[in-house]
Design a protein around this ligand. Sequence first.
Ligand SMILES: C[S@@+](CC[C@H](N)C(=O)[O-])C[C@H]1O[C@@H](n2cnc3c(N)ncnc32)[C@H](O)[C@@H]1O
Length: 514
Amino acid sequence: MPELGPCAVCTIPAENRCAGCKTTLYCSKEHQKQDWKTHKFLCKPPLYKEGSSPELGRYLVAARDIEVGQTIITETPIIIGPKQVTPPVCLGCLKPGPKARCQLCKWPLCDEECPGWDTNHAIECAALVRAEKPLTFSDLQKPHAAYEAITLLRLVLMQKKSPKKWKLIQEMEANEKKREPSAEEKKIVQFLLTYVGLSKWGPTWDTSEKTLHRLAGVLQVNALDVRLPHGGEVMALFPTTSLIEHSCIPNIRIVFDPMCRMTVSASKDIKEGEHLQTMYTHALWATFQRREHLFSNKQFWCKCPRCSDPTELGTMFGAMRCVAPDCGGFLLPTAPLEAGADWACTKCVGRLSEKQIADLTGHLGQIVDEALAQPTESSLKDLLEKLNAVTHENHFRQYAVKHSLIQLMAKNVPTKDELDEKQQLCEHLLKVTQTLDPGGARLAVYEAVICYELHNALVGRAQKENDDSLLARAKVLLLRVVYLLRFDEHLPEGQLATVATKKINEIEEKIGKS
Ligand SMILES: C[S@@+](CC[C@H](N)C(=O)[O-])C[C@H]1O[C@@H](n2cnc3c(N)ncnc32)[C@H](O)[C@@H]1O
């Protein structure tokens, strides 16, 4: 399990932070003293401070002006573990597709010699080995319910493994008064108490049912999903970043390196006194879905400017066409901050209930998911025609289809009309994307793909029209791709940045560097 980070002097795992910058870590007072000669020149107070309010609980606020791109926080997780719903992964390194078994507890490992055994699995192995009988993991492809207990068990074990981390975990919000444990959570807690035997651990452990549900709450409210370079996904708890509040128009970007170390940077300029805000839900969902998701998972109703505006910042991202003949209006929520409020037409007296809108949107979602499973250019164009009969052209279901479509369009010696069509569609998507997320806080990869495809259309046109000014525009788009994906080198999407860099060089060879 990673400690808070490496000691600045000897790099062994350290848990003591410098009280000045709250960033540099030391394993001991001696090493802190020893480092002060150099550190005093580097030690600056953090760019943020903690605040609290009855509505938000604790939050982080800019302690001085922060410029776009500036790093605000870097930290390592206090705990990582398998996601709640996951096919079996190695309990040492968390890689998917484990082939071996731990010789002691019989839970899956990538290899009996997995290097993560000592750091991640050893302590829980001692607990799992005492279980009534070993579990069989016969299907390694399908999610296995027992995994839902592992990260929770790792939290419990922190009581003895790292009292410092245990204290941080105890300070985290669990929304105990607002949260109802689900039936699934009750099963997990019983699994730990009876099958793993936590109820018999004795008085030196706090393993009461109440504590286990509180810890499940800590995970639900605070844990972040982290994608790993080997393709797996895990969940992790970060002590400082977990204080950042939610907004559907975030001002920070969170990225992870291959070791799960997180960096929080400003996705736009942030003035002193402004709250740091991240997005806990999906940026490409309409308001009523985002708010429902936040309420069931994080126990609050979002009131951010995007949620408060029926048009979602003018994008019409959830707008449905009015069905009245020849009306041409759009249905929008009459009171977006009131769950269950009707939707009304912008032109006539037409109205639908939120339930009717939700059912229709859900139905469209199924059709879109089916089409996107095996997309072709013509099938997606047909689908768009159908979607356009019932939704606004910027509707999020159309957005999903168009985003796939641009990646299929104008391949293999396209005509000028095909290139123009692709360019228009890319420009339209880019406008919606940059309105919803101007700093690429959440939609960086989506925006990078659009910029790349728009560059393709412009390069195609430049060749046909012999117009170098189009190449200059294409280069600006490629530079944006590289900027947006600058943190993603270790992930599949990072390859797009590599391709973009190569294409920038090709354009510069043709038109020069200016
Ligand atoms: C990850 S925690 C944030 C830190 C937390 N406020 C604390 O005191 O530890 C998430 C919880 O903070 C509260 N919260 C965050 N953003 C909010 C918002 N925009 N409106 C209301 N509550 C919010 C909710 O209780 C949510 O479940």
